[in-house]
Design a protein. Structure first.
Length: 266
């Protein structure tokens, strides 16, 4: 189980995440919603260790992650979508996924210098990487250098790499943002499939309420860094706060995610 206790970060005088206490259980997909600037990405950064908390703690299966680097947290089972800046731009898509698969298995390979086992590992890793690419419908791009991928493919690759790590906890931050209408369903199907594995804990930051409504077992709402609602999707969606923020009377701006407390209300 993943848990944050009183997790807080301040940037100067601004409290971006404010004493958020929340537990996330395996077999549950929790959607994290809230307006732009609510602190959703910052909350993820605190959990994954990209940002250091001002106070409060993160626990995974009862153990505090305080002081652990992001890569140590990844090894502990926390899966955050890769930033493509962490990839090898001149290596192919397949090579990058294979390296991620290999990283996921690091430690299981201390068999000494046995060329046969290195070769059979290489083949096993390659076929695993191919499976992962198949899952995101990118096998046809396997030989393309990562640097040459269009934006939608880069986002799909981020999800592919996360899958390859086989984490216990999946953290998706707007996974379909910037994707075309035919790319987004690939990712949503994948998340749907992940939900079948009841050992996995899934956190999903998502602005699209139709996606949230369909996938979430639970919704938490962040507002000004604080956790202001937590519960059953139907109840949370029906709450006046979410109604106003996402389905309210404010004019729809198709190219922008919904905002809380728009100033241009009619
Ligand atoms: N490294 C940082 N330094 C200073 N301020 C930051 C930093 N990271 C985030 N913030 C601020 O913290 C607040 C929360 O930002 P965050 O990106 O977490 O919001 P969000 O809920 O993910 O929004 P969005 O829906 O737009 O992605 C914002 O006011 C942001 O400007
Ligand atoms: Mg964000």
């Amino acid at each position: 189980m993943l848990e944050t206790r009183q997790l807080t970060v301040r940037f100067g005088g601004h409290v971006a995440v404010n004493a958020v206490s929340c537990a996330f259980r395996p077999g549950t997909l929790t959607a994290i919603v809230g307006p732009n600037g609510a602190g959703k990405t910052t909350y993820f950064n605190l959990i994954s260790g990209q940002l250091k908390a001002s106070s409060g703690e993160v626990f995974l299966n009862g153990n505090s992650l305080a002081g652990m680097t992001p890569s140590a947290r990844t090894r502990a089972g926390l899966g955050r979508a890769f930033q493509l800046t962490n990839l090898f731009p001149n290596l192919s898509v397949l090579e990058n996924v294979r390296l991620a698969v290999q990283a996921a298995r690091a430690g299981a390979h201390l068999r000494g210098l046995n060329l046969w086992s290195i070769w059979s590992d290489h083949k096993a890793l390659t076929s695993l990487a191919e499976e992962v690419l198949e899952a995101v419908a990118m096998n046809d791009k396997r030989r393309t250098p990562v640097a040459g991928l269009p934006h939608g493919d880069q986002r799909k690759l981020e999800v592919a790499l996360l899958m390859a790590l086989e984490p216990d906890v999946f953290m998706f931050d707007e996974p379909t943002a910037g994707m075309s209408a035919d790319e987004a369903p690939v990712i949503l199907n994948l998340i749907r499939k992940l939900k079948d594995d009841k050992r996995k804990t899934i956190l999903l930051v998502e602005h699209k309420m139709d996606v949230v409504r369909e996938l979430a077992d639970r919704i938490i709402v962040l507002h000004n860094g604080a956790l202001v609602a937590d519960g059953d999707p139907a109840e949370v969606i029906a709450s006046p706060m979410v109604q106003e923020a996402y389905l309210g009377v404010a004019p729809v701006q198709p190219s922008l995610p919904p905002r809380w407390g728009r100033s241009e209300k009619p």
